[in-house]
Design a protein around this ligand. Structure first.
Ligand code: SF4
Length: 350
C-alpha cells in the first residue's frame, strides 16, 4: 500500500502544474476515506479536495425531514436508515418522536422494512426512501415485491435524489471546480457515461474512484493528467463498468420516474429526483397519507451545512463546528451522518 501511495505522490508532483486546483469529492464515503487516510495533508498545497453534495442524509431538505417527523405523529410506523432519526427538524427529530412513544424503527435494508410490514399486517409501515442510485434499486425492489404479493400496509415516502443534475447545478451556479472525484458506488449502478455532459458542456473532467487511499490518489493523478484535455474516466474498474448495472437500471426505470427535487443548500433542482410511477401509486406514501411538505425549507439556525455541501466552506469554517455542534450534540445533518463532511472533519481531527 505504502508503495502505491508513494508512486501516486510522485505522479501528482509530475502532473502538478502549480495552479490552484479544486477537485470536488462528490460522495460522502470519499469524504470519510479522505479524512481517515489524511489525504488532504498529503497533497501539495495548491491542490484542494473539497466536499460535495453526496451524503444522502445531509442533502435531504429540511421540509422533508419535518414532513417525515409529522408523519410519525400520525400513528404510522416509520422505517428508516439509522442516521436520519438523529437529524433535527424544526421542532423535533424522529429520535425524539420515538422517545415520545411513536413507532420509529431503524432498518439496514429496505427489504427488512418490507419483511417487518409483512409480519405486522395491522401496522402501516412507511419507509423513508432517501439516497442516490446506490440504494434506489433495493427500494424499487420492495415496491415491486409489495405489488406482486399484494401487501397493503407498506409504502415508501420517496425522497430519492439522483446525482448528475445536482452536479450540473453546482457548475452552472459558478463553482470553480476543475475536476470531480465521482462516486464509485453510484456509478456501479448508473455507469460512467451519465457524467459525459460535464466534459461535453462544461469542459470539466472527472474520475469514478474507489475508496482506498491508493484509489483516491490515483484518481487525483488521472484528473491532473487530463486537466487540459478533460475526460470522464473510471479508476474503480474492479467494480464499475461504463454501462453500469443494466438490470438495476431497468428496475429503477420500471418503478420510478424523473421528478424535481429539493436539496438542502442547493434548493429545488429540476429533474434531480424520482417519484413513484402511477402503476405503483398505492405504495406512494405521499399520496396514501396526503403528505404536505412545508412550502419552503427553513434552515437550522446557525448551521452552514448548505454551504458545506456546495463546497463553499469547509466544516471548520462553520462557527459552530466543534463548539455548539459535535457528533454527540449535532446541530445539523452534516455532523449527524456517518457520511457527513462535518462528522468526518471532527472524527479525524482535520
Ligand atoms: Fe451544520 Fe454543525 Fe456542520 Fe456547522 S458544524 S455546518 S452547524 S453540521
Amino acid at each position: 500500500m505504502q508503495g502505491i501511495i508513494n508512486t501516486a505522490k510522485e505522479l501528482i508532483d509530475r502532473y502538478n502544474i502549480g495552479e490552484s486546483i479544486k477537485i470536488m469529492e462528490v460522495c460522502g464515503s470519499h469524504t470519510m476515506a479522505i479524512s481517515k487516510y489524511g489525504l488532504r495533508q498529503i497533497l501539495p498545497p495548491n491542490i484542494k479536495l473539497i466536499s460535495g453534495p453526496g451524503c444522502p442524509v445531509c442533502v435531504t431538505a429540511q421540509n422533508e425531514i419535518d414532513a417525515s417527523i409529522s408523519l410519525a405523529s400520525q400513528g404510522v410506523t416509520i422505517a428508516t436508515f439509522g442516521d436520519l432519526v438523529r437529524v433535527p427538524g424544526n421542532n423535533s427529530s424522529l429520535q425524539e418522536e420515538r422517545a415520545k412513544g411513536r413507532n420509529v424503527r431503524v432498518f439496514y435494508s429496505p427489504l427488512d422494512a418490507l419483511d417487518y410490514a409483512i409480519a405486522n399486517p395491522s401496522k402501516e409501515v412507511v419507509f423513508i426512501g432517501i439516497g442516490f442510485e446506490t440504494t434506489i434499486p433495493s427500494v424499487a425492489l420492495t415496491i415491486k415485491e409489495a405489488y406482486t404479493k399484494k401487501i397493503k400496509n407498506y409504502s415508501v415516502y420517496c425522497l430519492h435524489k439522483t446525482m448528475p443534475k445536482a452536479l450540473e447545478a453546482l457548475v452552472v451556479n459558478g463553482s470553480d471546480i476543475q475536476g470531480f472525484l465521482l462516486p464509485g458506488h453510484v456509478a456501479a449502478i448508473t455507469g460512467s457515461t451519465i457524467y459525459n455532459f460535464l466534459v461535453d458542456k462544461y469542459k470539466i473532467g472527472g474520475v469514478v474512484s474507489g475508496f482506498e487511499a491508493s484509489d483516491i490518489l490515483m484518481s487525483v493523478v488521472m484528473i491532473l493528467k487530463n486537466l487540459r484535455d478533460p475526460k470522464i474516466e473510471i479508476q474503480y474498474k474492479r467494480v464499475v463498468k461504463e454501462e453500469g448495472n443494466t438490470d438495476a437500471q431497468s428496475l429503477i426505470e420500471e418503478v420510478f420516474e424523473e421528478s424535481d427535487a429539493e436539496w438542502r443548500g442547493l434548493g429545488m433542482i429540476e429533474g434531480s429526483g424520482l417519484k413513484i410511477r402511477e402503476k405503483y401509486s398505492e405504495y406512494d406514501a405521499e399520496k396514501k397519507f396526503n403528505i404536505k411538505k412545508p412550502n419552503s425549507s427553513t434552515e437550522i439556525k446557525g448551521c452552514r451545512c448548505g454551504d458545506v455541501l456546495k463546497g463553499i466552506i469547509t466544516p471548520k469554517q462553520c462557527p459552530l463546528f466543534g463548539k455548539a455542534c459535535t457528533p454527540l450534540n449535532p446541530v445539523g445533518p452534516c455532523m449527524v451522518s456517518s457520511e457527513g463532511s462535518c462528522a468526518a472533519y471532527y472524527k479525524y481531527g482535520e
